[in-house]
Design a protein around this ligand. Structure first.
Ligand code: BT5
Length: 326
């Protein structure tokens, strides 16, 4: 932890209190000059710190910054967030976490970036990742489960994101197979789960999560294939990114522990209740093949169950789903 993070933590553990330069210097074992330098650095980042002669320093307000110490502060999880690494800019949080995982990072490590220069979607697609407005994060899991169950974790993250949008932003979010979260029919969040495994053994799974929180209409590129939105555009209220991230990590932590204990069924039930096309007639585009039918649920391996007109049920492993008539 840097001296800057240590000072922030000290302020946080003494809310509304003045801390003298001498006290800070003694507690953290750094010079008075170093204290002053760090207070100045924090102010430069946007922290409002009052300095009162004879009383000391007091933290008045924090900016909407995603700093590791801010994320860890009051994070109520068992596993996720054991280590949090933040960047002002990175190519992709998934790519960076893969690098860390290969170097031995512990389960629960979280990578967060304010901006991604090469944010990734599925199949080499791009994920728009402007700075200062959204959430881009990746979470490292090392589950002791059979390989064919790894895809279940995508549904776990979809449910966690949808419920967090509901709890924190008051939005009714729906999940769309396989990896989208929609509000009012427009995409607000996308998931990119990646894995490192050999034969039957999973080395690690990376849950990649992008959520549009405070993105404005003009920040979406016009060529976006389908309609996109943000929490601010939907609710009219800006979202505190830190609060959102902490709530999301807490929910994921609960669901992951439940998943390891009770398996996929509770997650599948939640996902099905949040799915926008359950019992609806849809068209599934699988590139070389198009099928129409009624969505009847999820299989344990994450395949979509589609009932065709003749009554048979097809298992869809990959493709784009569109309600008929849209
Ligand atoms: C996804 O892919 O939806 C997965 C997106 C995952 C992003 C996170 S951010 C943190 C982590 N690090 C990464 O590098 N990635 C993950 P897909 O289903 O392929 O959808 C991609 C399509 O969504 C694009 O082709 C666009 O049409 C659209 N799109 C791009 N950026 C968007 C945005 N910010 N909001 C809504 N739609 C977007």
């Amino acid at each position: 932890m840097t001296s800057r993070d240590k000072i922030l933590n000290l302020f946080r553990s003494h809310p509304d209190q003045y801390l003298s330069g001498q006290e800070i210097s003694r507690t953290l074992d750094i010079s008075r000059a170093a204290v002053w330098k760090q207070v100045k650095a924090l102010r430069d980042l946007g922290f409002e710190i009052e300095a009162k002669h004879s009383s000391g320093y007091r933290l008045l307000a924090s900016p909407d910054l995603l700093l590791a110490s801010e994320i860890e502060n009051r994070l109520n999880t068992r596993l996720l967030g054991t280590s949090v690494v933040t960047y002002a800019e990175i190519d992709s949080t998934n790519t960076e976490l893969r690098r860390l995982a290969e170097a031995g990072a512990v389960e629960g490590t979280v990578v967060v970036a304010d901006r991604q220069s090469a944010g990734r979607g599925r199949l080499g697609r791009r994920w728009e990742s402007p700075s200062g407005v959204n959430l881009y994060c990746s979470i490292l899991l090392r589950p002791d489960i059979p390989l064919h169950q790894a895809s279940q974790l995508t549904f776990l993250s979809a449910v966690a994101v949808a419920e967090t949008l509901n709890d924190v932003c008051g939005l009714t979010a729906k999940v769309k197979w396989p990896n989208d979260i929609l509000v009012g029919g427009a995409k607000i969040s996308g998931l990119l789960n990646e894995m490192n495994a050999e034969t039957e053994q999973i080395h690690f799974v990376i849950l990649g999560i992008g959520v549009n929180l405070n993105m404005l209409t003009e920040q979406f590129p016009q060529e976006l294939n389908y309609r996109a939105t943000s929490a601010l555009l939907e609710s009219g209220r800006p979202v505190d990114r830190l609060l959102f991230l902490r709530s999301l990590l807490e929910k994921l932590d609960l669901f992951y522990n439940e998943f390891l204990r009770d398996g996929f069924v509770p997650i599948r039930r939640r996902w099905e209740s949040l799915c926008n096309t359950i019992n609806a007639v849809v068209e599934v585009d699988m590139g070389n093949l198009k099928l129409s039918g009624t969505v009847v649920g999820l299989d344990p391996d994450g395949a979509l169950r589609l009932q065709l007109e003749n009554g048979t049920v097809e298992r869809i492993l990959a493709g784009d789903v569109r309600p008929v008539g849209e």
